[in-house]
Design a protein around this ligand. Structure first.
Ligand SMILES: Cc1cc2nc3c(=O)[nH]c(=O)nc-3n(C[C@H](O)[C@H](O)[C@H](O)COP(=O)(O)O)c2cc1C
Length: 359
């Protein structure tokens, strides 16, 4: 029996296999008007294809807990009921295919208000549906980015509440798993890392202070997210900078805190907070960070980053380096990757009735 095609149960949710799709922004929602931030035909077709392809779990892309929390004006959002209704069409289809629907709840912090990447991804202002970004400290992400507004304590509390409201709406929209986006240099990551957090109040300085916002978000979401449903956290395990960044040691320590606060699985990515970081990108380059959390804590982990080959993915699980693998760009290339892998390994996978002649 292949490890990739073993089921996986967290709390009361059983995921049919370990081939998962990580969140990937499509930058394709309406930037304003009544449908602002709502998934549309593109999102439906995109997620539906990966579900029909046998993907066990799909984590819908970074979805703003508020309009200001979007990475770009074209991101999905989950701050109103029109958005909830539009998500239902996607979750219904995923469930019908046997895929577990998850959603990444996000606030982009100082990296908010940028253009679609295929248009260059530069910061945009009010003349192009943009806004002034916020952050723990008034330090810009990179040259050419605006200096973000430093959040007050009241504003921090308001954002904690927005994460809880977003989780409530995600539940109403039919999602079975929520993932808190704590990675890639967005707001929660900005608080965690001393590289971007220069505050001197209760939210900056010591490890306890820098992790306070993240844990308040986790607590607020866990309170509204049902006990029988899993909650994930995505982390950048390292900033990839010497000296003043978040490190793999911090991640191991924090994983234990997250476990104690009700997180069920750590989705282990890296980078994105320090614009000049040099990242040694190669196949499976982030797997050792996931493996270390798995070896040193009791928190389950998912590995991500240039996992593309069937044998490579199977080995990561068989070696006990992770509990699941996330395939991003490879699933963009091949929506039926899970079906192909099952064929190669002799695993069981969902095949839509309509495709039975292709088995
Ligand atoms: C088009 C695109 C959009 C992405 N959007 C998100 C996102 O919304 N949230 C997130 O945490 N990571 C995002 N990522 C990162 C992916 O989830 C994943 O970690 C990364 O692509 C590495 O995995 P891969 O080598 O299998 O593609 C995005 C990546 C791509 C290619």
């Amino acid at each position: 029996m292949s490890a990739l095609f073993e089921t996986y149960t967290l709390r009361e949710v059983t995921i049919p296999n370990r081939v998962w799709m990580p969140p990937m922004c499509q930058y394709s929602a309406a930037p304003d008007g009544p449908e602002v931030g709502a998934p549309n035909d593109w999102h439906f077709a995109h997620y539906a294809a990966r579900a029909a392809g046998g993907t066990g779990l799909i984590i819908v892309e970074a979805t703003g807990v508020s309009a200001e929390g979007r990475i770009s004006p074209y991101d999905l959002g989950i701050w109103n009921d029109t958005q909830v209704e539009a998500f239902r069409r996607i979750t219904r289809f995923l469930v019908a295919q046997g895929t577990v629907p998850a959603i990444q709840l996000a606030h982009a912090g100082r990296k908010a208000s940028t253009d679609q990447p295929w248009k260059g991804g530069a910061p945009v202002g009010a003349d192009a549906h943009g806004w002034q970004p916020v952050a723990p400290s008034p330090v810009e992400f990179a040259e050419g980015h605006p200096v973000p507004t430093e959040l007050t304590v009241d504003e921090i509390q308001e954002i904690v509440g927005q994460f809880a409201d977003a989780a409530r709406r995600a539940l109403a929209a039919g999602f079975e798993i929520a993932e808190i986006h704590g990675a890639h240099g967005y707001l929660i990551n900005e608080f965690l890392s001393p590289y971007s957090n220069h505050r001197t109040d209760a939210y900056g300085g010591s490890y306890e202070n820098r992790t306070r916002f993240a844990l308040q978000v986790v607590d607020a979401v866990r309170e509204v997210w049902p006990d029988d449903k899993p909650l994930f956290f995505r982390i950048s395990a390292t900033d990839w900078v010497e000296g003043d960044g978040w490190t793999a040691d911090d991640t191991v320590r924090f994983a234990a805190d997250l476990r104690a606060h009700g997180i069920d699985l750590l989705d282990v990515s890296t980078g994105g907070n320090a614009s000049g970081a040099r990242i040694p990108v190669r196949p499976g380059y982030q797997v050792p960070f996931a493996a270390r959390v798995k070896a040193e804590t009791s928190l389950p982990v998912a590995a991500v980053g240039l996992i593309t080959e069937v044998e490579q993915a199977e080995k990561i699980l068989a070696n006990g380096e992770a509990d699941a693998v996330l395939l991003g760009r490879e699933l963009l290339r091949n929506p039926s990757w899970a079906r192909h892998a099952a064929r190669e390994l002799g695993g069981d996978v969902h095949v839509p009735d309509q495709y039975h002649r292709s088995v």
